[in-house]
Design a protein around this ligand. Sequence first.
Ligand code: PHE
Ligand code: ZN
Length: 887
Amino acid sequence: MRTEQSKTIYLKDYQAPDYLIDETHLTFELFEDHTLVHSQLVMRRNPALSAELPPLTLDGQQLELLELKLDDRELSAADYTLTDSHLTLQPTQVSFVIDSSVRVHPESNTALEGLYKSSGMFCTQCEAEGFRKITYYLDRPDVMSSFTTTLSGDKQKYPILLSNGNPVASGEEDDGRHWATWEDPFKKPAYLFALVAGDLWCVEDTFTTMSSREVTLRIYVEPENIDKVQHAMDSLKKSMKWDEEVYGREYDLDIFMIVAVNDFNMGAMENKGLNIFNSSAVLARAETATDAAHQRVEAIVAHEYFHNWSGNRVTCRDWFQLSLKEGFTVFRDAGFSADMNSATVKRIQDVAYLRTHQFAEDAGPMAHPVRPDAYMEISNFYTLTIYEKGSEVLRMIHTLLGDVAFRKGSDLYFQRHDGQAVTCDDFVKAMEDASGVDLTQFKRWYTQAGTPRLAVSEHYDAAAKTYTLTFAQSCPATPGQREGDKLPFVIPVELGLLDAQGNDLPLRLQGEAVAVGSNRVLSVTEAQQSFTFVDIAEKPLPSLLRGFSAPVKLSFAYDRDQLMFLMQHDSDGFNRWEAGQQLSVQVLQELIAQHQRGEPLVLEQRLVTALRTLLQDASLDQAMVAEMLSLPGEAYLTEISEVADVEAIHAAREFARQQLAEALFEPLWQRYQANREVSRTTAYVAEAEHFARRALQNIALSYLMLTGKPQVLAATLEQYEACDNMTERLAALAVLVNSPFEVERAKALEAFAEHFKDNALVMDQWFSVQAASTLPGGLARVQALMEHPAFTLKNPNKVRALIGAFAGQNLVNFHAADGSGYRFLADQVIVLNALNPQIASRLLAPLTRWRKYGPARQALMKAELERILASGELSADVYEVVSKSLV
Ligand code: PHE
Ligand code: ZN
């Protein structure tokens, strides 16, 4: 709950720590009804500051203080002051030792922050400010210490005892308990601390680093999951190799461990040498996890591993710099995934996600810069802006500097700051120093919030054979930043110009002696700026922002024939997809307008033609065809609407899907059958080419079922029953769940639940598929599912799978005009506020987007936000989001 009122913390108030902690020695005595934590902190006055000794204030929350000593002298209550969040005392010497003993209650910790229990095992989550719930400490990332940790517990219940670093000693006690000591030689902030105690099995492997050191790799899971670990282990080894090859980064300890836990607020956590993962981000095998889940495991394993350098060896000075480690690490894991799979498909998926969700955040009440300058609760700032937009900012630096200079900058950054806690400015400085490129103006991407708009216009002068592109940039207002105060960004625009045959023309800018390639990057740095190309014999068609070279909203007045031309001819795969998306958006917006005017809906036939051409071209990458067949989602159509008309968007998109299914039945059916035939006759492989085949197969099936033809129902049932993997099974189930075939739907759902009732992660998918079904009566279905024995509000994965999927993916039902969806979500937020504030605060995001809707919905949504605000004692997490979204 909120302590000492919710106050805002400002970047401008940053001050270096008064005291440092050189060594941290911890002892945990784990019991069923409490845990004792003894800590010994070897401390000294920060030598960078004056010699006088100010009071020392340690962070600590929900701790029962049992004993406190300063240099072996027992302190009494008169020697210190204690509040519900701090312990203050007066040191008398420059160097001193503090001993404390506290009691904590992991067994009743439902917030899943600090030390807690999940499925009978002990584990920790300390980022961002969880360590203060374990012991009194300077819980800030710029205080870095070595750690020695001893844990003891019942040997039968907790045979495995783990912490950061290397194991150095262990032993047994007479009373059935045992203990182990771990030593982490690398100085680290407390947010990277971890311990685990449980009955776990592990898969072990080794990795030989580039300097020929052998590292032991272990992935710990509950015994029944030991058969689902190989994919994560393979991903880990690939990540270690990739980071050596691409970034020159080598692992530094003798052992690297991953532990899977069932109750976890996020995806995973990069604790030094002991990553703790949500089990959904580790476990994967053909029968229980989809292709998407396999790719997610690979990406998250890589992400956490990469943090060992970008985050751990070099960490953040303060939490305003969070994107320093997160943006960089997302950029690194995206590069890895691109190299392991199809780079273009990875880029398409990332951009679609960014434009749907991060752009919405940028346009909402919680919008903030990549480096925020104020927050109330840091947990609310683990956002798409910090992560995904932060990664886009790094990608732009990479684009501006080029591969070689970027790598030099990265090397310099790690070398210069190894063992330090630094800022985004330090990172950019290393990039500048290594490349000689001045990034002063570029840094506005770190400080100005909002998604820039980039309007492009063209002028062709046939007589002079010149072609001029004019760019006009602007950025809408965001909380605390007026539009008029925002200065121009540096926007790298990668582009090409196509001739009538679809070939890229050589590009020579006015003033240049010769053409410089046929694909190049222009830096748009002014509010309005023109570039003129010479020797252009005929009016070209521009291909703009190739690869989505900057996170902006680009507009250019393409007509539909031009978009179809780009779909077929653009040499940039991303822009071929993008042209298809823009064509679809135009067509869907026309249908939305028809629906709003009460006119009959008529589908633009050029979209049918374009998709038919794709389906009939056997030479194309199947994953690309699958992506191009996917119409822009309802959430994206909402994001780009001035005022989102929920029913019209849904009706328009469903109408288009239905029409496409009818018109393209033959080619869809052919591709489906051909691909299903291969799937039927080959064993499951988690590799790009197979992902591609199944992706096309499954999207084809989802279209085909819209025709309701009996042979499609038969094919769906065949796929559902006869497949050997979750990708095909879940896709078939989803198709049935959204179909009118009630009997078959009920049968399949029941069979699925019966078969997988003991597998929590598979049951999550079963919940999600139903929660996302847009058939009428969605809320009632979700409410009924909350009564299912496999559901519990205490498990974040369950909350996300059922309630999160309903509010985030089932827009027609969630936005029911009577406000029932909103009321339901607010009810859940109020309950979760007391159980798990972080999950409560994340869950309520859809309600904060009320400005997107018409007056009736706005009123209903605001009323629910106000009801939450008035509901009693709110956590800082929920309070910050609700209060800011009502401003
Ligand atoms: N630092 C983690 C990551 O991005 C995310 C995380 C944040 C996990 C806070 C738990 C709590 O890899
Ligand atoms: Zn991260």
